[in-house]
Design a binder for this molecule. Structure first.
Ligand code: KG4
Ligand code: ZN
Length: 351
């Protein structure tokens, strides 16, 4: 089976071809990603209108490039998967309309994939792991603990009650004068900083529901920064290190609680899985590895290139859905909000 995947929900235009590999894994035949970061950087965040226009300009060429570098043609594709949300609606419409047009012309099945399902199933693409597993999804728009029980079967155990972790990294970076997107810059600064210099809060630590809260931490950091302004280079490094240390403590505590909640809805997990752009953070990965070793769990952390937004994960989720006959028709809607756990009231405005 070979699936073409398309991703346009935020600031990456992406197209990929994925096939089924061996041992339950997938095989990535091509994975093209064009980041728009440079076009948004001067605004300090993603501008929806600019994003949608930029997707339109490159999507056709990118799909062609993905097919070419996979050594295949549209004719030989078994289905076309597209992220139909959640995300910035203008961008989602570009990808979805393109996918529908291709399906209409080629008469291939359309697979309208939830972007979050793409992140959630990436560990099966890379490692072929079995259900159920505990997923920590950490991106610029989402921070969730999810029991992944099967394709299309997700239980959201906890979420952030304010900012997403990636969003907090980005806001902290902005506050300290670091470039956008801030996560990688904060991580780099933290390497040379003292994580104990500032005693920042660990919001919700020890609370029985596995939810997250980041806004108090961000405010506490702002107050510390204002109190010692103007900031020297080592002040910035120490603030970043102290912030990251607080985030890491919160994540470890919340996963511990999440694991208990997991047992109630899904039994024993086959693995602890991390996904989303923030999963690129090495300190966070190390903490998760320590936690996994302590609890006897296997940690599956996809390669950094597959943690951020990409179309291989969309193609793979489409492949898993097609195998189960979960095909969509041309009336599939574009959704700005689309909870992964449809039993809950979770709503994501960004992907
Ligand atoms: O999943 P993603 O590529 O896009 C969204 O769907 O949001 O995640 C992007 C987010 C940004 O907030 C970015 O700052 C954060 O992931 N991020 C990081 C790191 N690399 C990216 N956060 C912390 N440390 C990193 N190394
Ligand atoms: Zn994402």
């Amino acid at each position: 089976m070979r699936i073409l995947g398309i991703e346009t929900t935020c600031d990456e235009t992406a197209a990929a071809v994925v096939g089924d590999g061996f041992d339950g894994r997938g095989e990535i035949l091509s994975n093209e990603v064009l980041s728009q970061i440079a076009q948004h950087a001067t605004y300090g965040g993603v501008v929806p209108e600019i994003a949608a226009r930029a997707h339109v300009e490159v999507i056709d060429r990118l799909i062609k490039r993905a097919l070419d570098s996979a050594g295949t043609k549209l004719d030989a594709i078994d289905g076309i998967a597209v992220a139909a949300g959640p995300g910035l609606i203008g961008g989602v419409l570009v990808g979805l309309t393109t996918a529908k047009a291709l399906c209409l012309v080629t008469r291939k099945p359309l697979l309208a994939v939830n972007h979050l399902e793409g992140h959630a199933l990436t560990a099966r693409l890379t490692d072929g792991i079995a259900f159920p597993y505990l997923l920590l999804l950490v991106s610029g728009g989402h921070t969730q603990l999810v029991a992944v029980r099967g394709v299309n079967d997700y239980v959201r155990l906890g979420t952030t009650i304010d900012d997403a972790i990636g969003e907090a990294f980005d806001k902290v970076a902005k506050l300290l004068g670091l470039p956008y997107p801030g996560g990688p810059h904060v991580e780099k600064e933290a390497l040379s900083g003292n994580p104990e210099r500032f005693a920042l809060p660990r919001p919700l630590l020890g609370r029985p529901e596995p939810n997250f809260s980041l806004s108090g931490l961000k405010t506490a950091l702002r107050l510390e920064a204002e109190a010692i302004a103007p900031l020297s280079a080592s002040d910035v490094a120490d603030l970043c290190a102290s912030f990251q240390a607080a985030v890491v403590d919160v994540i470890a505590d919340r996963i511990r609680v999440g694991l208990r909640a997991f047992a109630e809805v899904a039994g024993h997990p086959t693995a602890l899985v991390v996904a989303g752009g923030v999963a690129a953070n090495q300190t966070i990965r190390n903490t998760l590895q320590r936690f996994a070793t302590e609890t006897g769990l296997r940690l599956v952390a996809p390669p950094v290139a597959l943690c951020g937004d990409n179309a291989a994960m969309i193609a793979w989720a489409g492949l898993e859905r097609l195998r189960l006959g979960l095909v969509d028709d041309l009336s599939a809607p574009a959704r700005a909000r689309w909870p992964l756990d449809t039993r809950g009231d979770e709503a994501g405005a960004r992907a």
